[in-house]
Design a protein around this ligand. Structure first.
Ligand code: SAM
Length: 343
């Protein structure tokens, strides 16, 4: 598949190399014994999965068992052993079945050159943009997609989009001149659900992303609306390279999952500085242990920084900017943790 060139800013851990360097920095004792045991168990899991596909066993059952077994193996492996196992899994013949799923395939192949691009999210949103590609999938691929699009992570991402739109609408109901900034906006799909945007009850909704293709998509989808698409990154925000102004609401969804803690603290601090008095900053981060990390890190080749409430509170604790209020909650699905900070 053709790869587009996106200039990555080096702050988000979205490439195999950056992730691997991050894992290695968290020091682990790799013993040959652990690795050998892990390899043997992985080989068994994958060959049983392959046999089940070849025997035309029900796909939902195959996927459920595979996901659970990978998760259990991940949970008992050290990060470095797991990293080796994950790359080993990616070379197993069972991938020929799993990559028939358009969502797994897009994630695995990374046509934009990095993990977690906005088009990938469109498979999770079941957006009309990807309908043709979904339709082209084999019967088996469609069944695998039926599993992956309903995985806990995918349900959480759709809920996240709804929560973001609700935040913007709630703000706009109280303030028709509200200014909103979405950092790492992707295709800004939450805007499709916003009543405030439809009724132009907003001053501006700035959608900033590092990927010029995604910025172009937002720009053409929302031409003539209150949405302003901007090509920018964590680096340009931290370096104050763009005059963005101040906002009533700033949020970042699908970004902190790629940011090491020191960058997360710096970015949060900078966002708080860009808020008007009484303004809010929301960050969303995938929760640890939602049960799909094993599958995502192997066959989707989509590692993330999964966090606990304690990890999020550790970021908040390191902030110097005064806060009038803060809350850390989960959505109904529990797969994403939300921190809302008010200045
Ligand atoms: C998982 S998508 C989330 C998109 C959108 N927020 C959503 O929830 O659907 C991640 C987005 O983060 C953007 N991104 C990743 N690293 C970034 C960085 N360092 N600066 C700005 N955007 C970044 C990617 O281009 C991608 O559009």
């Amino acid at each position: 598949m053709k790869q587009f060139q996106t200039a990555l800013d080096g702050y988000s851990l979205v490439t195999a190399q950056s992730i691997s360097e991050h894992t290695r920095s968290s020091v682990n004792n790799l013993t040959t014994e652990q690795l050998k045991e892990g390899e043997a168990e992985l080989a068994l899991i994958l060959s049983l999965t392959q046999q089940a596909f070849e025997a035309n066993s029900p796909v939902q059952g195959i996927m459920k068992t595979l996901t659970e077994r990978l998760q259990a193996l991940r949970n008992k492996s050290t990060p470095v052993v797991w990293e080796r196992l994950a790359s080993l899994a990616q070379t197993h013949p069972v991938t020929s079945f799993l990559l028939q799923d358009p969502l797994t395939r897009w994630s695995f192949e990374k046509p934009r050159g990095y993990s977690g691009d906005a088009y990938l999210l469109d498979f999770i949103y079941e957006h009309p943009t990807v309908a043709a590609q979904v339709k082209e999938a084999s019967a088996l691929g469609a069944e695998v997609y039926d599993f992956t699009r309903r995985a806990a992570s995918a349900v959480a991402v759709r809920e996240r989009r709804d929560i973001l739109a609700a935040h913007v609408d709630e703000l706009a109901a109280a303030n028709s001149d509200a200014e909103v900034l979405a950092i790492a906006a992707g295709h800004l799909r939450e805007a499709e659900l916003s009543h405030a945007l439809r009724s132009e009850r907003l001053k501006r909704w700035v959608a900033l992303d590092q990927d010029p293709i995604s910025v172009g998509t937002v720009s053409s989808n929302y031409h003539g609306s209150r949405v302003e698409a901007i090509n920018g990154s964590v680096r340009t925000i931290l370096g104050r390279a763009q005059k963005l102004g101040t906002f009533d609401f700033i949020y970042a969804a699908g970004l902190y999952d790629y940011l090491a803690e020191n960058v997360a603290v710096k970015l949060t601090e900078r966002c708080l500085q860009m808020l008007k008095p009484g303004g809010k900053f929301l960050l969303a981060n995938f929760a640890k242990d939602i049960g799909v990390e094993g599958y995502m890190e192997t066959f989707m080749n989509w590692p993330l920084i999964w966090r606990t409430e304690r990890d999020i509170l550790a970021i908040i604790d390191k902030l110097k900017h005064p806060l009038a209020d803060s809350s850390v909650t989960r959505g109904e699905n529990g797969g994403v943790i939300y921190a809302v900070l008010t200045v």
